[in-house]
Design a protein around this ligand. Sequence first.
Ligand SMILES: C[S@@+](CC[C@H](N)C(=O)[O-])C[C@H]1O[C@@H](n2cnc3c(N)ncnc32)[C@H](O)[C@@H]1O
Length: 212
Amino acid sequence: MSINLSDPAGEPSPTALPQPYSQACENNKVPILAELKWLFAETKLVLELGSGTGQHSVYFAPNLPHLQWHCSDISANHQGILNWHRFAPSANLRGPYQLDVNQSQWPLAQFDGAFSANTAHIMAWEEVALMFAGVGRGLTVGGRFCLYGPFNYHGRFSSESNAAFDAHLRQQSSHMGIRDIAAIAELAQQAQLHLQQDIPMPANNRLLVFER
Ligand SMILES: C[S@@+](CC[C@H](N)C(=O)[O-])C[C@H]1O[C@@H](n2cnc3c(N)ncnc32)[C@H](O)[C@@H]1O
């Protein structure tokens, strides 16, 4: 199926798009939004870390019109995100900002919501710690950080497919790998972020919700 680029409501076809495309984003955006609707019901400004293709942002922003959705990522991904924002504009979309969690200055000093999908197993463990430290610094008291992805319990994979995915990641780079929820929660505590919810999601993923 091809896509009419003047019709953002049309179903994206990977081959027709000038912007990067992730099938995983198309699969998980609906169940994630269902949770974000209540988790960010009182939120005014969300910083997204590791926006990737930008597909999540163009779906979430118009469906959460009461807040501003601020994208960020390393600069290599900015053009793709901008292409998505041009394809499916929304008045409450901002960014993308340059944000590598290793940098000392973050683009926003304060935000009352934060979101990141599928980043904790891609970043090195030290970078996951920096992500939590940065979110802990910027998130206002009572604000929520929603972190989506696959996670382990007590070092055990929650499915065969997650075990295979972890092996694939570690083959690509030794610093990548599926993280243990307990270790993540400990990092979060050090950043004054407390794990409040561990929500099961389709395809053996979780949505971890931390509160400042
Ligand atoms: C697997 S992609 C996930 C993208 C998107 N959130 C999604 O769910 O499709 C991992 C993302 O983490 C970002 N990332 C990796 N290392 C990072 C770092 N040090 N600081 C910020 N983002 C980083 C990558 O640029 C990429 O966008």
